[in-house]
Design a protein around this ligand. Structure first.
Ligand code: AMP
Length: 227
């Protein structure tokens, strides 16, 4: 199925620990299905860079690898979802991360007559996550993601998508912060797997393989869900 056949705004959630590939896969789904990727991590990094009140409150928390308060994150997400492009449907990447956020999302969707089509869990082992996270970097021009081991630009130092030659690495992609982020995931986010199982919308994908193989399985699943 493709973007032209989607009739109602879809709401997809990607669940999974840091490094599972949520951002990479969300961008691919965005391209294929015409949905909008909403990454609360990106929105928060934008707020930090812009020096907003929310950004000032979030900065140190993010650097420590802890979760930003539910109030701040939910407000940022709610404002972004109210923008017109989100009427095409959204892929939530990195939200919700706590039960409080999941309940807030349920309330927000109910008030706008939307529902969750699927919460897709990207299933991976923790041991692999540290390697994945510590090698990743992003094009400073268009945000395309790369990895020292798994995904390098075809031409060394030049983004495949936009041709830009500058790249950035996230401040929180270091070994100590990764450990905190993984424990935050297990303590606060993993319980959402049961939460969405109980709602009957949980799906799982084996996300341990190559990016393109995972993308193929995930896109087939999303095609079926939205059929
Ligand atoms: P991410 O880009 O999804 O890995 O998020 C980077 C950091 O932003 C996380 O380690 C948290 O500090 C913060 N963050 C992103 N999304 C959320 C969320 N839904 N709830 C709380 N903190 C978040």
């Amino acid at each position: 199925m493709d973007a032209a056949t989607i009739t109602a705004p879809a709401v997809l959630i990607l669940l999974g620990p840091p490094g599972a590939g949520k951002g990479t896969q969300a961008r691919m789904l965005e391209d294929k299905f015409g949905l909008v990727q909403l990454s609360t991590g990106d929105l928060l990094r934008g707020a930090v860079a812009a020096g907003t009140e929310a950004g000032k409150a979030a900065k140190a928390v993010m650097e420590a690898g802890d979760l930003v308060s539910d109030g701040i994150v939910t407000a940022i997400l709610r404002d972004r979802m109210a923008e017109t492009d989100c009427a095409k449907g959204v892929i939530l990447d990195g939200f919700p991360r706590t039960t409080v956020q999941a309940e807030a999302l349920d309330g927000l969707l109910a008030s706008t007559d939307q529902k969750i089509n699927a919460a897709i869990s990207l299933e991976v082992d923790d041991t692999e996550m540290v390697t994945r996270i510590s090698g990743r970097y992003t094009c400073a021009g268009c945000g395309e993601g790369y990895h020292d081991t798994y995904k390098q630009p075809a031409e060394d130092g030049k983004c495949d998508k936009c041709g830009h030659t500058e790249f950035t690495r996230r401040a929180d992609d270091n070994a100590e912060t990764v450990a905190s982020r993984l424990s935050a995931y297990h303590a606060q986010t993993a319980p959402l797997i049961d939460y969405y199982q109980a709602q009957g919308v949980l799906k799982g994908i084996d996300a341990m393989g190559q990016i393109d193989d995972i993308a193929r399985d995930l896109q087939a699943l999303v095609g079926d869900i939205m059929d």
